[in-house]
Design a binder for this molecule. Structure first.
Ligand code: MRU
Length: 353
């Protein structure tokens, strides 16, 4: 299925070397460089620096991180092992605040640990490895299912606008918003994808345009401020985006700029689909106002991608990494269980019944 996804795995376990092998996404599209992560600080730094990014991939990296840093534990009893586990968990949980998948994966690792309370330390470590592997395996299946469901509402030949990167490298495979693109490609849907460049860190230009291009998909890169003209010219029939956290009322936090795209799409009468695994839906967060929006350093706006500063040194910056798309702007939330339509409060809750 979907042989078009030829792009390399972004997060892999190298058990023999007690390491996570990570595709350094900050180096794309110019270099395919792999890092070896061995310590909790390595994993924290990789997540914070966006070497691994995208909600599901962050969760997978954190799960493997927990396993890697606890596998050589010398703890002699459960309590001592649990203290080490908790220290690593708390550290990783402090890396980025918005994507709920990070906390979801860490909690899932803890739940597995608790199930093994009576087991030996080596059995517990084996169980943690199995759980991390399972999180990754399930994510691939979940993404494929999201892709299949999304195809129910898309038609061959459509122009699809996407923002940021919710592709194969942001997940175990296929991506969320890009899964239907890959699955559709297999079926000859021949989508025309428009990728917003996604300032300030250019995930659309560096990652989405790169991975779709590698896979032979028809992709056109546009600057963020071009979405309106492209929509007005009827080049876009649907907007597909990923998500970092869906609140109980359907408000969805995703990469900064997503809400602007959704507002434009409403103006032009274009449907907006948020592609989100169940692990991204957080019923404990009531509305988008309750989602913590990560603030990132000013160098990302002023200097990061430039050989010279692109702004006066003293100028203040404001660099929120995400924004919240109001649920009223979302046509449907596409999960592995199917497409959720409004009213989201009722229908998201039903999904978990
Ligand atoms: O800051 P990033 O690059 O981690 O932001 C990623 C996004 O906003 C993605 O759309 C989201 O995490 C979904 S990835 C399947």
């Amino acid at each position: 299925m979907a042989d078009h996804v030829t792009v390399i795995e972004s997060v892999k376990l190298d058990d023999a070397n007690d390491a996570i092998i990570l595709l350094d996404q900050t180096k794309l599209p110019n270099k395919k460089e792999f890092l070896q992560l061995k310590t909790v600080d390595d994993v924290w730094d990789a997540i914070y620096q966006l070497k691994v990014r995208g909600a599901p991939a962050i969760g997978i990296a954190a799960a493997y991180g927990i396993y890697i840093v606890t596998k050589n534990s010398t703890a002699s009893d459960f309590e001592a092992f649990y203290q080490e586990f908790k220290k690593a968990k708390e550290k990783l949980a402090s890396s980025r605040p918005t994507a709920v998948n990070l906390f979801w994966a860490l909690d899932r690792m803890e739940a597995r640990l608790m199930k093994e309370k009576e087991a030996t330390i080596s059995e517990i470590i084996r169980a943690l490895k199995n759980e991390a592997n399972l999180i990754k395996k399930e994510d691939q299946e979940v993404c494929e299912a999201i892709g299949r469901h999304a195809l129910e509402v898309l038609e061959p030949g459509w122009g699809i606008l996407t923002h940021c990167n919710a592709g194969t490298i942001a997940t175990a495979k296929y991506g969320t918003a890009l899964a239907p693109i890959y699955l559709g490609e297999e079926k000859g849907y021949d989508f025309k994808v428009f990728a917003d460049e996604t300032r300030p860190l250019l995930q659309g230009a560096r990652l989405t345009a790169w991975e779709l291009n590698e896979a032979g998909v028809d992709v056109t890169l546009i600057c963020d401020n071009m979405a309106s003209i492209v929509m007005s010219q009827k080049k876009i029939q649907a907007v597909l985006v990923g998500c970092d956290r869906v609140a109980a009322n359907g408000d969805a936090a995703n990469k900064i700029g997503t809400s602007g795209v959704a507002i434009l799409a409403k103006h032009y009468g274009i449907p907006v689909y948020v592609c989100a695994p169940m692990s991204t839906i957080d019923l404990n967060t009531e509305t988008g106002n309750d989602i913590e929006i990560e603030l990132r350093p000013e160098e990302e706006i002023k200097t990061k991608w430039y050989s010279e500063s692109m702004a006066p040194e003293q100028v203040k910056t404001y660099n929120p990494a995400f924004d919240v798309t109001d649920h009223t702007l979302i046509t449907g939330i596409i999960t592995e269980k199917g497409i959720v339509s409004p009213s989201y409060k009722e229908n998201l809750a039903k999904l978990f019944d």
